[in-house]
Design a protein around this ligand. Structure first.
Ligand SMILES: Cc1ncc(COP(=O)(O)O)c(C=O)c1O
Length: 389
């Protein structure tokens, strides 16, 4: 029986597409082999599948990885890719005797960026966490004012995982590149959801993840600018050009390659459809009254809507919503604490807790959107009526 709860939490995780599941299937069983086993045909076939996935990712991101395969490292997800990018760059700077010790990021980043940077700040680096404007966007003038001669890196995400706003990456890299400052971008919520050409944008390090775009969890990748050296963060073998030891999970790699290829190919049509559904949801929620949108109306992801409900308790709101809807208040990774992202916009803890993130997915229908709006309306009306509601 189908789950009666409507799943609108695609920014936490998406289901694998049927094509991705089918493409992965043989690599778990009949075709199983280690891509590093080069003495038999099965191993060679596995190695070819690994490189085909890399090549697909390159084509989707407009990077020629056939000629420069070392520019992409498969990881266990965006968290690991971020760690490799940030700690790997900082350690490489130390190892090369460089003097840049200053790192910059933004208060509304995912913890998978904030925590590795804070770790570096406890180990000899200085970290500036810039505030965002009330609409969630970084003002490039604020970044310009924070840059220093010893700034090594600026890390700013492409699309926010909670409020969906798109950061001004072109302006950020235009400030950084002439100063020799490296740009890292956590694009976990952006690859396959917006057009993205990292080389043309001047992004040196780009992290992404399979389970945000119709691929499997447990796999992601880091794209690295040509010639940029990183220190490996995992040791124990020469896989992934010495940057990520350990046998790559081939079925997941195959799944990621196809998922990204498909997500990028279908993105324009999907975004148009989901933006219309997202706007339909927003219109219906506005009719309830006392519901405000979190984050800028534009530029934002087509499949995200984050709202705060005035005059209700967040815990009560979500305990009633969850009977009918799978939604979040903030990030799935925040462990129940009111979201630091929403608080970075100036929201109180209460407002952050009484926020709802709707993450639409490729299969979301208009009927589901209408049903979700009705659920919110009923729950909010009942809560505002008080204990008898
Ligand atoms: C912006 C962002 N960065 C990083 C991550 C972590 O990704 P993964 O689960 O692949 O490690 C997420 C997932 O929640 C995310 O939304």
């Amino acid at each position: 029986m189908a789950d009666p709860v409507i799943y609108l939490d695609h920014q936490a995780s998406t289901p694998c597409t049927a094509a991705v599941l089918a493409a992965m299937a043989p690599w778990w069983s009949d075709q199983c082999a280690n891509p590093s086993s080069r003495l038999h045909r099965s191993g060679l076939r596995a190695a070819a599948a690994l490189e085909q996935a890399r090549s697909r990712l390159g084509a989707a991101l407009a990077v020629d990885l056939d000629r420069q395969p070392q520019r992409l490292v498969f990881t266990s997800g965006a968290t690991e890719a971020n760690n490799l990018a940030l700690k790997g760059l900082a350690e490489a700077e130390l190892a090369a005797g460089g003097r840049r010790r200053h790192l910059i990021t933004v208060a509304s980043e995912h913890r998978a960026v904030l925590d590795p940077l804070r770790h570096l700040a406890r180990h000899g680096f200085q970290l500036s966490e810039l505030p965002v404007e009330p609409d969630g966007l970084l003002d490039p003038a604020r970044l310009a004012a924070a840059l220093r001669p010893d700034t090594l890196l600026v890390s700013v995400m492409a699309a926010n995982n909670e409020i969906g706003v798109l950061q001004p990456l072109a302006a950020i890299s235009a400030l950084c590149r002439p100063r020799g400052i490296r740009v890292h971008c956590d694009a976990a919520q952006a690859v396959g959801h917006i057009p993205l050409r990292p080389d043309a944008l001047g992004i040196d390090l780009l992290s992404f993840s399979g389970h945000k775009l119709g691929g499997p969890p447990g796999i992601g990748a880091l794209l690295i600018a040509p010639g940029l050296s990183l220190a490996a963060q995992q040791h124990g073998g020469s896989q992934e050009h010495g940057l990520r030891a350990g046998t790559p999970p081939l079925p997941l790699v195959v799944g990621l390659g196809l998922a990204v290829q498909q997500a990028v190919a279908t993105q324009p049509e999907r975004s148009t459809r989901l933006a219309a559904l997202r706007d339909r949801l927003w219109q219906q929620l506005q009719a309830v009254g006392g519901i405000e949108r979190n984050g800028a109306a534009t530029p934002r992801l087509a499949h995200n809507l984050s709202v705060r409900v005035e005059g209700v308790d967040g815990a009560a709101l979500h305990s009633r919503l969850r009977r009918h809807l799978a939604v979040s208040s903030g990030s799935a990774c925040a462990g129940g604490e009111p979201s630091h992202v929403l608080q970075s916009l100036g929201l109180s803890r209460q407002q952050a807790a009484a926020s709802i993130r709707f993450g639409l997915g490729a299969d979301t229908t208009a009927a589901e959107i209408d049903a979700a709006a009705t659920v919110v309306q009923d729950v909010v009306t009942a809560l505002r009526r008080g204990p008898t509601g």
